[in-house]
Design a protein around this ligand. Structure first.
Ligand SMILES: C[S@@+](CC[C@H](N)C(=O)[O-])C[C@H]1O[C@@H](n2cnc3c(N)ncnc32)[C@H](O)[C@@H]1O
Length: 509
């Protein structure tokens, strides 16, 4: 969308903005942060700034400077400003796109300004980031991107730096993305610094992703993976058994849906509001749901690795918010099994309760630490299938949360991998003879995947790894390219269109 054609949205915002109403005169004769008129100063009345840009700026402040989550801050700010659908879409692209590509824009801002980021005030930096995204990531005419950014600067940040913003953005607009790539390369201390800046990933994340691809002999796919992380995913729905309709029949009924993607339960939404599509399909509560197809496959790898017998007992050890529990529940009803779903957090256990409404007959939800026997119903309780969908770094879902990659730290990993190992140990204690255990993470980081699995196998007698690759290939829709010679399966955004879910399967002798 070209913001150059946007109407002036001044005055169209209904809600009060957190940092004060725009241009309201204050008692001391000065205006608040969004006004520009100062007693005795030149009349520097602000020009046009679209409401979408103001909302995007506020979201950046919330997320970058105040640690808010973009998926909560965006809808809240859009609601508060009373944006219509078109402006809301523009604000979303501005804010989410800027947050996602922040690493790249920050490097370009440094190169264009000749200053280090630490030398630029936070508010001005956010204005520059938004401007850079309009110039390099959207098809906004450069005069509109620069002029609106300068006006935004006058409204929300230091007026005296308006000339600086103008100069830096003009410099950014003088080169295209390919030329900026060349400059980033030329000025980088190490090749990984250049690649990380170009693809807007922290260097340590880039290296972890490369290591995981290398373990499959697919290191050459790294650029594709980084690009996929920078592309918002299409919405996928899961059409669960019991929904009353097969995915292909449902897709044939609704233009917005296509039976596409690797999960046999999956349909993809071409655009629009997923909840509207779900309501229109009119299935029992929760049996058509928004769910990444990697998550669907991970749950099916456990339920369909071999036929389930009536009366089997299944356990979901880390269930919140309940997406995979719903799949397990629907599969359990189809085969006469039952599911115990455990989640340590009370609040998230409530979410599981809600997620399994449509399959509640088969599912019992409890809340305990998964390392305690109570999570299993007692020390002697055993289960035929156990899912450990462990807490992890979430490096496999970077495309979903634009700010997430900047929040993670390598130092988070030791605590997570220790917990993953303890949850696996507890699950192994409660696995019935002949039972199946699935270990799943939404992370391809080797420390959370193969290293955790190999250590678990080494210390757990009586357990053998079985092929998650075979289980997934068996259930997947069409051929699925699962690389490497490990028994575990790693899904990828660039190769499978899913989050980077890891699945390993174990059997008790
Ligand atoms: C990756 S999420 C699970 C996602 C879920 N299976 C789904 O598909 O919706 C991991 C969950 O483990 C929970 N968790 C963290 N520590 C736990 C523990 N010690 N015992 C049980 N659950 C735990 C977290 O609260 C989080 O809800």
């Amino acid at each position: 969308m070209s913001a150059g054609n946007e109407p002036d949205r001044r005055g169209s915002q209904r809600g009060a903005r957190q940092e004060g109403g725009r241009g309201r005169r204050q008692g001391n004769g000065q205006t608040n942060r969004q006004g520009t008129q100062r007693r005795g100063g030149a009349d520097r009345r602000p020009g046009r700034v679209s409401a979408s840009r103001l909302v995007a700026y506020d979201v950046l402040r919330d997320v970058v400077d105040r640690d808010a989550y973009a998926n909560l801050a965006l809808p809240a700010r859009i609601r508060e400003a009373g944006l219509d659908e078109r402006d809301a879409a523009l604000a979303t692209e501005l804010a989410a796109g800027t947050l996602r590509m922040r690493g790249r824009y920050d490097r370009i801002i440094e190169l264009a300004s000749g200053r280090e980021l630490a030398q630029i005030d936070d508010r001005t930096l956010n204005v520059l980031r938004l401007g850079a995204h309009q110039l390099l990531g959207m098809r906004v005419a450069s005069h509109a991107a620069v002029n609106e950014s300068v006006e935004l600067q006058r409204r929300v940040a230091n007026q005296n730096a308006a000339g600086f913003v103008n100069g830096v953005l003009r410099a950014i607009g003088r080169a295209d993305n390919a030329e900026w790539d060349d400059r980033i390369d030329a000025e980088a201390a190490r090749p990984d610094d250049a690649l990380a800046a170009r693809a807007s990933h922290p260097v340590w994340v880039l290296r972890a992703l490369r290591d995981a691809l290398k373990a499959e002999g697919r290191e050459d796919e790294l650029p594709e993976l980084l690009a996929a992380d920078n592309t918002p995913p299409r919405v996928s729905l899961a059409v669960l058994p019991g929904a009353g309709e097969e995915p292909s029949a449902l897709a044939a009924e609704f233009d917005a849906l296509a039976a596409a993607g690797p999960s046999p339960l999956g349909v993809e939404l071409a655009g629009g509001d997923p909840m509207r599509a779900i309501r229109a399909a009119d299935a029992p509560e929760g049996l058509i749901r928004v769910q990444d197809q990697g998550s669907q496959l991970a749950a099916l790898a456990l339920t369909r690795a071999r036929p389930a017998a009536a009366g089997e007992r299944w356990l979901d050890l880390c269930a919140g918010p309940g997406g995979k529990t719903a799949v397990l529940g629907a599969e359990a009803i189809a085969s006469g099994a039952t599911v115990r779903a455990n989640e340590v957090s009370d609040h998230r256990a409530d979410l599981v309760d809600r997620a399994v409404e449509g399959v509640a007959d088969a599912v019992t939800v409890v809340s305990h630490d998964g390392r305690d026997d109570a999570a299993f119903g007692g020390s002697a309780e055993t289960f035929d299938r156990i899912l450990v969908d462990a807490p992890c770094s979430g490096l496999g879902a970077l495309r979903r949360r634009p700010e997430a990659r900047w929040r993670k730290r390598p130092g988070d990993l030791p605590e997570l991998t220790e917990l993953q190992g303890q949850l696996l140990d507890a699950a192994a204690e409660h696995l019935a003879p002949g039972g199946l255990l699935a270990y799943v993470t939404c992370s391809p980081h080797l420390a959370e995947t193969r290293v955790t699995v190999d250590r678990f196998l080494a210390r757990t007698p009586g357990l053998r790894e079985v092929s998650a690759k075979a289980a997934i290939a068996e259930v997947a829709r069409g051929e699925i390219d699962l690389a490497g010679d490990q028994l575990s399966a790693q899904l990828w955004p660039h190769r499978h269109g899913t989050d980077a879910m890891f699945v390993a399967l174990f059997e008790r002798a």
